[in-house]
Design a protein around this ligand. Structure first.
Ligand code: ZN
Length: 354
């Protein structure tokens, strides 16, 4: 080996060592931050196993069908699990949701509901079931389940009742007009050539934006692409909801701050067309719309990296239209607030709240 080659090899080794050092240190730091002061030693292992990519192709029809089965069988002897049913179907079809998938889904659901088989039996030899259960769980685990919902009883009093159903909400308040289509992956040119990693919903300035799921406000403020934007992290840490281009001058719900806890269905901000500007509070987007995106995070190293997992949420948005939040105007202000409160058991379980 020539002297030059040796030097290059040596330098490469040094670079690799340095990079490993940085990764280990940053994961320690991240583990520390997440666990509130204690270092999570599992983040020190050299190679962690976690899901690196998810193509979420579950159709609107499949979401609705699985949801109907889950609701219909919830109080029976053989409840069918929403996420498990979709994961089973994906493991059978390789993650494709054409018409064949619906037949598979329905057949399995009816057999499960009749008690003719179990999910363990159905998935025994399905190689990719575990992968799909974890991948789809990261998308859907916070959406369907038990919660308490406010209602007005015969005496006109506000009470709560137990509900099993769609806990997550549609991102726009009920009764506000919008248009949308599947625009995931379309080209965007502001700043640099890139793909559209979210979903645009066109509507009117000031339309109240609703938190789809409960979680922490992780990011709030100005970004040159998203304009006024909010990032909310689900309580299990796996979903990062990104809401962008909020209203000029009055983007966010009154009093909302980074670090706050929001409940699914809360008003978090207002639709606008800010963004595409390094200068703050500028309307540089032609069409008024909400951009919302969903990033999946199986490991904190994925949050901001070259392989971020943003999924196509168009079918999910249509599905969420089953649960819209009604809002009312706060007199004398530009604020709107929710009219129906829920109690989300995911929030109750959070140890930080006790
Ligand atoms: Zn967009």
């Amino acid at each position: 080996m020539s002297k030059l080659k040796k030097m290059i090899v040596l330098e490469l080794i040094l670079v690799v060592m340095l990079a490993v050092g940085i990764v280990v240190r940053s994961s320690v730091w991240k583990g520390k931050e997440l666990d509130g002061g204690t270092v999570n030693t599992s983040t020190l292992s050299a190679e962690k196993e976690f899901i690196k990519w998810v193509d979420f192709n579950v159709s609107y029809e499949a979401l609705c069908a699985a949801f109907d089965w889950a609701v219909k069988t919830h109080d029976t002897e053989h409840p069918v699990d929403f996420v498990e049913l979709l994961s089973f179907t994906a493991a059978k079809t390789g993650g494709e949701f054409e018409s064949k998938a619906l037949k598979i889904l329905k057949k399995a659901a009816s057999e499960l509901a009749e008690g003719e088989t179990t999910m363990e039996e159905l998935t025994e030899d399905l190689k990719y079931y575990t992968y799909y259960r974890e991948a789809y769980g990261a998308v859907l685990d916070g959406m369907v389940g038990e919660f308490e919902e406010e209602y007005i009883n015969e005496d006109g009093e506000k009470c709560f009742r137990k509900v099993y159903g769609l806990k997550a909400f549609f991102p726009l308040a009920k009764g506000f007009d919008y248009t949308h289509y599947d625009d995931f992956g379309a080209g965007r040119s502001y700043g640099y050539q890139r793909k559209h990693l979210g979903h645009d919903m066109m509507g009117q300035i000031g339309t109240p934006i609703i938190s789809i799921e409960s979680g922490y406000v992780e990011v709030m403020g100005w970004n040159q692409y998203g304009g006024w934007r909010i990032g909310i992290r689900s309580l299990d840490g796996k979903r990062y909801y990104y809401y962008a281009h909020l209203r000029q001058n009055y983007p966010f719900a009154e009093g909302l701050e980074e670090g706050d806890l929001v409940t699914a269905g809360d008003v978090i901000g207002y639709m606008g067309h800010t963004g595409y500007s390094t200068k703050e509070n500028v309307n540089n987007i032609e069409v008024t719309h909400l951009h919302w995106g969903l990033e999946l995070i199986f490991d904190e190293s994925q949050k901001e990296c070259d392989n971020e997992i943003w999924i196509d949420v168009y079918p999910l948005t249509r599905f969420l239209a089953k649960h819209c939040q009604q809002v009312e105007k706060v007199e004398g202000t530009r604020e709107w607030v929710r009219t129906v409160r829920i109690v989300d058991p995911a929030l109750e379980k959070d140890p930080e709240l006790e």
